[in-house]
Design a binder for this molecule. Sequence first.
Ligand code: GUN
Length: 292
Amino acid sequence: MSAKIIDGKEIALSIHQEVRTEAEQLRTQGITPGLATVLVGDDPASRSYVKAKRKACEEDGIQSFHYPLPAETSQADLLTLIAELGADPKVHGILVQLPLPSHIQENAVIQAIPPHKDVDGFHPENLGRLGIKGEEALFAPCTPAGVLELLKRAEVQVSGARAVVLGRSKIVGLPAALLLLRNDATVTVCHSRTKDLPAVTREADILIAAIGRANFVNGEMVKPGAAVIDVGVNRVEDASRKRGYRLVGDCDFEEVSQVAGCLTPVPGGVGPMTIAMLMKNTVRAARAQASN
Ligand code: GUN
């Protein structure tokens, strides 16, 4: 192996420490940062993500308000709940775990979250501001914000670098591209219709893999010495594990680690950063709302 492995767990721990200090400071002013988590349905992956987010709240001194709702919850009822949370001064951030059941329009729900409580950064106002240089985005989406933080703490030069993002979802690919652009990278976004993908990815000084396909990026797709950030979290069957599966990223770790200059592992790379950045956004929301 030649690549330096970027330890997301350790970097996330130092961010949680910063959050704890900020939360304590806010409490001395009589403000306890609060995050509402809304989970519709019982998708096991979503349930475990929300559980991890609530645990982080508890550890970091953030009050968590949890709303587990049945899968058949109507869009109207969900919008009513969001309006209540929007008006509740104890709730500084609102997180609706995605994906939502298919009878609910995701965009309508996201747009109902007041932008100043949109700690996920998915509201069009926040996403739009992210794309406009000079505009202050209230919140950057947590996973791409974590990606940029990993690059920064691994001392990867972003300004002037050629960055390739695999995937264009609103959760990762699109905001990651906007954040890289904001930080003066030259950015290419690839997706399922991109032609001759390996030729494009081999140009990348920074490669962000966020397509959700296990082991998709092989060694031949990577420029020697590139910084590779693997955002994928894919379950693959593994009879040797008690739970019957293991988690792998979008990169073939064995191959890519022979070629890349640095690489994030899965698990233990981007995953812990997403939660750390959510906590950071929540104390930021609390501070901003306290001063208004
Ligand atoms: N589903 C997968 N990632 C995320 C995330 O960062 N936020 C929310 N709300 N849902 C998700």
